[in-house]
Design a protein around this ligand. Structure first.
Ligand code: ZN
Length: 502
């Protein structure tokens, strides 16, 4: 086994040379000697391990593997978003064992048939967070016909800063969708991006948007569903069984004492960068391939659900941005450390569904949720903690609403842990890799769970998280160069450090 560092790389040609010890000849290596998608991520001075064989023009490396990354962090970046992968269709045995994690009809809406109650939550702002009032409060003309807009943190009618329940519902639903492997509800199924296939064609068939009230995915059943078209003879909408209250803060939760903050313009790379958004039929990121191979063609698949990675905004660097018609000024925002409480009401949930909801509210491993404006810049990390659960007891269903018949569980009650465990066990059973299906796949090793935790938990990466911007370079020059040449792609979310090369 040899070891050396990358001396030269010819990314577009797909080969490079490795320097070894003094006096030893350089070793040639080709992309095909590296694991799929790896070659494109490597940079000069990275340390490699490999086997050496004699080639026609000198030593040649086989089975090349990177063991260390060169200490040139400023020349690398972590992309602000990545994707949470979807899971393949389960085996028949796994699907039969856990029908509630697949598609089925909602329970009747006119009576209680499952668990009903309230979840008590604490919410802590983990990075500056901004949810806008719907209207701009300041409009200044910056050039002929061009206006710069200023916004203010959302407030309740009584004037308290808040995160509306609809916003909380949206972010918790997106985690719920990802972790339960629900349908791709948010996708514009007929949108096209210049290729032969629509985006809907690239969603795997078993995760296509729900189209019948009789066959709804876990997320559409719990959070509600509206048909995209008429459904003869059946309901065209199903009411959600989960309702979110507002998270209302005290007045001291907003920060404005350092003056308004003007953010960098927030245009995002367009989904036409197919090699970021897609993977091929074998599940590989299509790096360095031709446009046809990497593009919106039927054999390719959507990688997963786009999620912004947890990181910290650099407020200091944001100050001094000039006002343009493209960027925005925030007059105030929720400051880091601000805390409040909110409630989630639910009705007629099966224990496994309630377990999934508890997991989506507070994923394992201390995750944050990403919400509001300027997520690519690190704004909008909030941590939710479930602090209690009240269940309505069966007697209450028959009684009048005089109340009192609640079962209450504290934050550390074994009943809460048991509900979460029930959900995890359900996922393990459904997505068991082997046959017979009792060979369960550990929950934490499922690709969607790994990706969610990689993006939302833990400490921010050491490498700068940014869309590539270099001094004197326009914002998305890197993406344009990439489109024309190397087609560097994102590694999967649980392996995307140490990042892409600038
Ligand atoms: Zn659905």
């Amino acid at each position: 086994m040899g070891e050396g560092t990358i001396k030269k790389l010819f990314v577009e040609k797909g080969f490079g040379f490795i320097a070894r010890g003094v006096g030893e000849p350089d070793v040639f290596f080709h992309r095909s000697a590296c694991a799929s998608g790896e070659f494109e991520r490597w940079g000069p001075k990275d340390t490699l391990e490999f086997e050496v064989v004699a080639g026609p023009r000198g030593p040649k490396a086989l089975r090349v593997r990177r063991t260390a990354v060169a200490a040139d962090l400023p020349r690398r970046f972590v992309n602000p978003y990545n994707f949470v992968r979807w899971l393949p269709e389960p085996t028949a045995g796994g699907a039969a064992a856990t029908p509630l994690l697949g598609r089925c009809a909602s329970p009747p809406q006119d009576r209680y048939t499952g668990l009903t109650g309230r979840i008590l939550c604490r919410l802590a702002v983990a990075s500056p967070t901004f949810v806008s009032d719907a209207y701009a409060v300041g409009v200044a003309t910056v050039a002929r016909g061009k206006e710069h807009r200023s916004y203010r943190q959302y407030r309740t009618p009584a004037g308290s800063p808040a995160i509306p329940g609809s916003t909380l519902r949206g972010v918790v639903r997106s985690v719920f969708e990802a972790v339960t492997n629900s349908c791709f509800a948010g996708i514009a199924a007929d949108a096209r991006h210049g290729g032969s296939a629509s985006v809907g064609d690239l969603v795997p068939a078993h995760l296509g948007v729900c189209t019948s009230a009789l066959r709804l995915c876990p997320a559409c059943r719990a959070f509600g569903w509206v048909s995209e078209g008429p459904v003869p003879g059946h309901d065209a909408a199903v009411r959600g069984r989960v309702r979110f209250g507002d998270a209302v803060f005290g007045k001291e939760a907003v920060e404005k004492d350092q003056g308004p903050l003007t953010l960098a313009a927030l245009s995002a790379p367009h989904p036409k960068y197919a090699w970021f958004y897609l993977m091929d039929a074998d599940g590989n990121a299509p790096a360095g391939r031709s446009l046809e191979q990497a593009g919106y063609v039927r054999k390719n698949r959507i990688r997963g659900r786009k999620v912004y990675r947890r990181h910290e905004p650099d407020l200091q660097a944001m100050r001094g941005q000039s006002h343009t018609e493209q960027n925005r000024t925030l007059l105030d925002w929720l400051k880091r450390g601000a805390e409040t409480r909110f409630e989630v009401r639910f009705e007629s949930l099966a224990p496994l569904e309630l377990g999934a909801l508890l997991w989506a509210l507070e994923p394992d491993g201390g995750c944050v949720h990403r919400l509001g404006y300027a997520k690519p810049l690190g704004f909008g990390c909030v941590a939710i903690e479930v602090t209690g659960l009240h269940l309505v007891t069966a007697d209450r269903y028959d009684a009048d609403a005089s109340g009192g018949d609640w079962q209450s569980f504290g934050q550390h009650a074994p009943e809460l842990a048991a509900l979460r465990a029930r959900f995890r066990a359900g996922m393990e059973e459904r997505h068991a890799s082997g046959s017979p299906p009792e060979e369960a796949t550990p929950f934490a090793t499922l690709a969607n769970v790994r990706d969610l935790l990689a993006l939302l938990s833990g400490t921010p990466p050491a490498t700068p998280v940014c869309y590539p911007r270099l001094p004197g370079e326009r914002g998305f020059e890197w993406f344009k160069r990439n489109a024309d040449g190397a087609r560097l792609t994102l590694p999967f979310a649980d392996a995307d450090e140490p990042a892409l090369r600038l």
